[in-house]
Each structure stands twice: as C-alpha cells, then as structure tokens.
Design a binder for this molecule. Structure first.
Ligand SMILES: Nc1nc2c(c(=O)[nH]1)N[C@H]1C(S)=C(S)[C@@H](COP(=O)(O)O)O[C@H]1N2
Ligand SMILES: [Mo]
Length: 164
C-alpha cells in the first residue's frame, strides 16, 4: 500500500503510549498497548479504496472490535457519536456504526504487527467506507452527543473538488 501523511503522525513509544477513551462515558479509559493486545482479536479482509483513485484488493487486518473497547468505557445514554483522533486528523462514526462487528481498531496488517507508516499502534478499519475513515495512529476516542465533522472528510471533499 502507498504511505500517506507520516509527517503528522503522533509519536508512538510502546511503553508510554495510551489510548484515551473519554467524553460521554462512565469509565474514562487510558489503555496501554499491551492491554489492547490482550483483548479478543478479530480478523478482517477488505479491499482498500482511496478516493484519490487507487485500490488494493484483499487487505488483511486483525485487531480489536471498537465495540469491545467502547463497552469497557460504558457510554452514557446520551452518547451517539464516536470521534477517532490522531493528532490533528479526526473522523466521526455514529455509535451504531462503530459498534458493528466489522468495525475494528487494527494492530496487525497482512499477518504482521502494523508498521508505523501504516498507522501503528492502532488504525481504524471500517469496511466499505471511504479511505479517510481508516484513521491511522488513533490515540483518542471521544464519545459525543452531536456529530463533529472530521478533518478526514474535509480532505476528501477538497480532493474530490480538485479532480472535478
Ligand atoms: N491519521 C491519518 N490517517 C489517515 C490519513 C491521514 O492523513 N492521517 N489519510 C487517510 C487516507 S486519505 C488514506 S488513502 C489512507 C492511506 O493509508 P496508507 O498510508 O496506509 O496507505 O490513510 C487514511 N488515514
Ligand atoms: Mo485516501
């Protein structure tokens, strides 16, 4: 796969890195990489399509269901959206979508630990969505009541406009 945006990637150091889950939750979380690796692992194969026009067929991912992590944080009844953040890059999913069986935070790519270039430690994988939903280097999940337009979406819209 081609490599995008490494310059903006938040730093990853195995020992000190944490995934923060906060916002409308009863139990805010700060999960270490090792804690994430201990959660049930699921596998998923999907074609990866970039809105810029390239495609890689049958990309293999493995990781943790987003639902597994969000359930640990116990969302409050008013939580309806999950915002996935990596540095300045954000993408929002409705909680009903984020909770699907096939929505995962991948830590393996083609049977190997995910490389930093491709989003280590965690990358959002949500089949059949535009490429900008595949947020690399996710380190914050914020649960909200209202939709927040992601920067990923803006980038995709700008690119599409440039092409037409
Ligand atoms: N954090 C972050 N994630 C990102 C992006 C980005 O700019 N920043 N670009 C997205 C886009 S548009 C694409 S096509 C893929 C590229 O993934 P790759 O570099 O692993 O091929 O990452 C997606 N995830
Ligand atoms: Mo993309």
């Amino acid at each position: 796969m081609p490599i995008f945006s490494v310059k903006d990637a938040p730093h990853f150091d195995h020992e000190h890195w944490r995934l923060i889950v906060h916002g409308l939750v009863k139990k805010p979380l700060r999960l270490s990489y090792d804690e994430i690796l201990k959660l049930p692992k699921v596998h998923l194969t999907d074609d990866f399509t970039c809105v810029d026009g390239w495609k890689v067929k049958d990309v293999e991912w493995a990781g943790v269901r987003i639902k597994t992590i969000i359930d640990l944080a116990e969302p409050t009844p008013s939580a309806r959206y999950a915002v996935f953040k990596a540095g300045g890059f954000t993408t929002t999913l409705a909680l009903t979508e984020a909770n699907r069986d096939k929505a995962i935070l991948a830590h393996e790519h083609t049977g190997q630990p995910l490389t930093f270039e491709h989003g280590a430690p965690l990358r959002l994988i949500f089949p059949s969505q535009d490429c900008f939903y595949s947020v690399k280097w996710v380190n914050v999940i914020e649960l909200r009541a209202k939709y927040l337009k992601g920067t990923g979406e803006n980038i995709a819209i700008t690119r599409t406009k440039l092409k037409t």
